[in-house]
Design a protein around this ligand. Structure first.
Ligand code: NAD
Ligand code: UD1
Length: 339
């Protein structure tokens, strides 16, 4: 298939571009580089050993999106493009709704016009809200998120489900748990701009000397060591999940289907810190501070639907995630270069 990857220069998109090429697909990228660097593309081309066509524009622009579909012969789309910072979405909700919903509508319109019917969408475990029992299962309802960012995921899922039900699309909604890690080469990885919001990139920046110490947000949760449990998933396993979902779309009995992409296991903040320390062979400074508002004590995936229907399961351990994150961070202490 010739696959359009929106947000293909970003963290998960870049790894998925490689997995798609390795699986024998042609890839076209659209990215406005609002949260990534053009240098990613050169690294991808070196790893893939081929040229990757890139269109640099905001996907919410209907005319440009239409021109892209007219110029390229696209068979399917993997849609990552969007803004993803929870805190920023509270401060700038309109930007989040305009970008995250606007880009999906623009994309799906162009897909309809050009008779492209296969779509894989980046959703999130955040759609399960605060009341869902763990492990999270795809059949749980109602989906409710607690931030504007999370609500854009719930809304996008609804928009895509409605369009699919009208017979216009086959859609896989992939609900990611906590993506971490980096490509085994150490040449691409997560490169957050500013102070990292998420745990793994923060630990990695402490390890490389860019931050003084990790703040552990609360150790009085009802878990074994008092810190929150999350289901960390290696970004290369996640990328493989996209390939599996894409290749399954044509065989799907229903026009829209949600899949959890997680390992099925919870790891605490302190367990992840200890695993990272093992990977680098030294201890890292941390202090326990107050809870972060909105954090849930513990959640992880029931990944059995993806195993049964997509034949996909995670293969990489928390130790692999830490070792690969460190290879990327230590080889690229400041992330990707600007030019
Ligand atoms: P990222 O920010 O690294 O990648 C997103 C890419 O999309 C960036 O390269 C950015 O420049 C681009 N982009 C943003 N808006 C665009 C637009 N309107 N037009 C064109 N390009 C645009 O993020 P990521 O971590 O790779 O996440 C990818 C997707 O997965 C997002 O939709 C995110 O919400 C979702 N997701 C991520 C996580 C996570 O922890 N990283 C968890 C659950 C879901
Ligand atoms: C966060 C987002 C969620 C998003 C997910 C993507 C919030 C409230 N939620 O979730 O919407 O889908 O990222 O992966 O932002 N922690 C620390 N110190 C830090 C950073 C994090 O102790 O410096 C703790 C957190 O309290 C949490 C755990 O580490 O318990 C994981 O945090 P994080 O990586 O931000 O992921 P989520 O909280 O799952």
């Amino acid at each position: 298939m010739r696959v359009l990857v929106s947000g293909g220069a970003g963290y998960i998109g870049s790894h998925t571009v490689l997995s798609l090429i390795e699986a024998g697909h042609d890839v076209v990228v659209v990215d406005d580089f609002s949260n990534s660097k053009p240098a990613v593309i050169g690294r991808l081309e070196s790893l893939a050993g081929q040229h990757i066509p890139v269109h640099a524009f905001d996907l919410a622009d209907h005319d440009k999106t239409e021109r892209l579909f007219a110029a390229e012969s696209i068979d399917a789309v993997v849609h990552f493009a969007g803004l993803k910072a929870v805190g920023e979405s509270v401060a700038k909700p309109l930007e989040y709704y305009a970008n995250n919903i606007g880009s999906t509508i623009s994309l799906v319109r162009a897909m309809r016009r050009h008779d492209v019917r296969r779509l894989v969408f980046s959703s999130s475990a955040t759609v399960y809200g605060e009341a869902a029992p763990v492990p999270y299962v795809e059949t749980y309802e109602p989906l409710v998120a607690s931030s504007p960012y999370g609500r854009t995921k719930v809304m996008n899922e609804q928009v895509l489900a409605d369009v699919a039900a009208a017979g216009e699309l086959h859609v896989a909604l992939l609900r990611y748990f906590n993506p971490v890690g980096a490509h085994a080469s150490g040449t691409i990885g997560e490169d957050p701009q500013g102070i990292p919001n998420n745990l793994m990139p923060f630990i990695a920046q402490v390890a490389v000397g860019r931050r003084e110490r990790l703040s552990v947000f609360g150790d009085d949760y009802p878990t074994a060591d008092g810190t929150c449990l999350r289901d960390y998933i290696h970004v290369e396993d996640l990328a493989a999940g996209h390939v599996a979902a894409l290749e399954h779309l044509g065989a799907m009995a229903e026009p829209v289907r949600a899949f959890n992409l997680g390992s099925g296991h919870g790891t605490s903040v302190l367990e992840l810190l200890r695993a990272f320390e093992r990977a680098i062979g030294r201890e890292l400074p941390y202090e326990v501070v107050g809870r972060r508002p909105g954090d849930l004590p513990a959640f992880w995936a029931d990944p059995s639907r993806a195993a049964d229907e997509l034949g996909w399961r995670t293969t990489r351990s928390v130790d692999d995630m830490c070792a690969d994150t460190w290879r990327w961070q230590s080889q690229n202490p400041q992330g990707f270069p600007d030019a």
